[in-house]
Structure formats: C-alpha cells, structure tokens
Design a protein around this ligand. Sequence first.
Ligand code: GLY
Length: 394
Amino acid sequence: MTTSPPLSGALTRTVETALAAALATVRRNIETFGPVFPGDTTVDERYLPRPAGDGIAEGGNRGWTTTFWTGMRWLGWELTGDPLFREAAEADAADFERRVRDGEDLDTHDIGFLYSLTTVPAWRLLGDESAKQASLLAADHLMLRFLEPAGIIQAWGDLTDPAQRGRTIIDSLMNMPLLSWASQQTGEPIYAEAVRRHTAQLREHILRPDDSTFHTFYWDTETGEALRGATEQGAHDDSIWARGQAWGIYGFALNYRDTGDVQLLEASRRAADYFLAHLPADRVPFWDLVYTDGSDAPRDSSSAAIAVCGLIELSQVETDPQRAAAARTAADEILASLIANYTPERPEDSDALLLHSVYDLPKNVGVDEGSLWGDYFYLEALTRVMKPEWTPYW
Ligand code: GLY
C-alpha cells in the first residue's frame, strides 16, 4: 500500500469548488426527483423519469444504472453528514432490497454494480442487517451465472439464450467486489473462488497481448474453450472501447486488492499504460481509443471519470512507489481537465454533474449527454481526492 503524494494547493481549491457544485446538483436532484429513478442518460442535459418497461412503471428501479443515483446520495451523506442525503439513499436502498427479494430484473451480471452502491453501503455505513442479507441474496443471484467448465460469469441475458451464452464483458470486473465481500462476510470461499476463476479468464483473454482490451469475449460452454472477442458498444470488434479500457484499469486493481493475485495488479498497470498512451491532448478520451487528436468523434467523459478512480485505486495498491506516483499524477491531470472542460458552467445549467458522456454510439443512444455512471464516478473521484481516508463501496 502506497501513500498519496500531497496535492498542489491549486488542485485542492479547484476540487473543493467542483465538489461544492456537484453536491448542489445531487441535492437539487433529490428535491426534484425524490424516489423517482431517472433514465440512464440526460436528454439535452436534463434527466427525465426512467421510462417504463419490462412490467415496471415509469420512474421505477430497473436496468443497471439506478445504482449510481443511489451511490451519489451515499457519497453526499458521507461528505456532508446532511440527513437529506442519507434519507434519500436509505429509501433507494430499501427499493433495491425489494427488487432482489422480488427477483425483479436480475438476469444480468450487473447485480454487482446494483448492490455494491446501494444495500452494501447501507450495511457498511449504518449497520443495516436487512440490507446485509439482501446484499448476500444478490451475491447468490450473481453466482447463478457462473458457468462451468469455462469458469466465467455470463454477462447478459437468460443463461439459455444462444446469442449470450458463454459471453462475458470487461465491465464484469466491477461486479466481482460484491462476491469478494460475500466471502468476507460469510466465510464461504465459493464466492471468492468464482472471482479468482473469472478474473483469471479475463486477464488471459479479454486483455489483449498489446494491453488493449476487447469489450466482450465468448467461451464454449460445453468445453470451456476461449473462443473470440467481439464488441457491442465499441467501433469494431478489434477496436478499444474507451470505457472498457477504463473498466479494466479500475476492475483489475480492485480485484488485485481482493485476491492478492499479482497478475491482476500487472493487468491493471497494462490497461492503465495503454489508456494513458492513447489519450488526446486534453486527457479525456474519445469514445473509442482508435480515435486520436484531430478526430471529430465524440469524447466519453465517463471513461475518464472511471479511469481517475481506477488510477487512484491503482496508486494505492501499487507495490512500486514510482508507478504509484505516476498513476496518481495521471489521475490528477485527467480530473483537472474534467473539472475545467466537462462540467456545467453553473450547477443549474444541467441535472448532470459531468457533461459529454457516450453510452452506446453504434446504437446512437446517449451520445454527448450526461450519464448516471459518469456522474457517480466523477463524484467518487472528487471524494477520493478530497477525502483520502474514504473507504470505497466496491
Ligand atoms: N456497463 C455498461 C457500460 O459501461 O455501458
């Protein structure tokens, strides 16, 4: 574990101002939305109630991104101590408890995202026993997706769906901390063993030899053989979807922390080095790293925010002090650019904390908008800088 270098006074003041603006927006969103969940991304910089679907009414808790809304509320409470944030987060967490107990919209590996920022903090921060049990139930649901003999957790869809069977995605690295937490809480090694097998497969196959990453990868579910990489949200199968590379930095670092497997530390370093070497001048990536300075492709600020959190985590778990310092410097540079160039001029100009994310460009969904995950990771990044003693929810 390496300690962080001191921040420059200028960056500290910039982050303080940015954090105040971000918290003003989270507060206003609580007042405006109450228990209504917004859509995945803004529409013209405003969040709208989440569309109805899958038998769930408008504003309901479905999909993979509602967790980030709640995560921001927990962060708001930890940062300010204001009960407005805590009460909103607790109400959301109760709805996540209901969702897992009712088995609603759980056919996804994103159960890790969904419960790591909602019921797990309710247990960690408030000792809520019922939230702990709901989190363990969520971990058990996630384990249903572990496929032998491949030793991977299937990402999307029904386990019998031929288009999705045996497929996992780089984002899944962020779903593993829920399983590591479940092993720590129960003393049952089965969850940790799934993490060990799944992360080893991703390290070997989704991280390419040149240190870039595939978005998704298929395994043969009968033989366990690794088959092929493919994209869903990137420019093409062999391209480097920027958010995937950022998930790789953060996800491999967190799983190194939880498993102690030094090959995962090396994987996080490799993902980070590739990401940093393919950034444009302002340090915020285009939505796919095949685009470079001079391109008019959209940027994805959310990838930058995830990378900042990942680089700070990496700097904290690094065993090499020089690498730790370099990761931290890179994180601070990217964060400074996000604050300067990718946030609303005034908090009232947008419901989003961070502008210019891309959700899914090939499907033309959420392009150049705010996004719930972009907002969450931006707020987490500010928190990590201002409150180095903060314990991650992951
Ligand atoms: N986990 C889905 C995404 O990053 O878009």
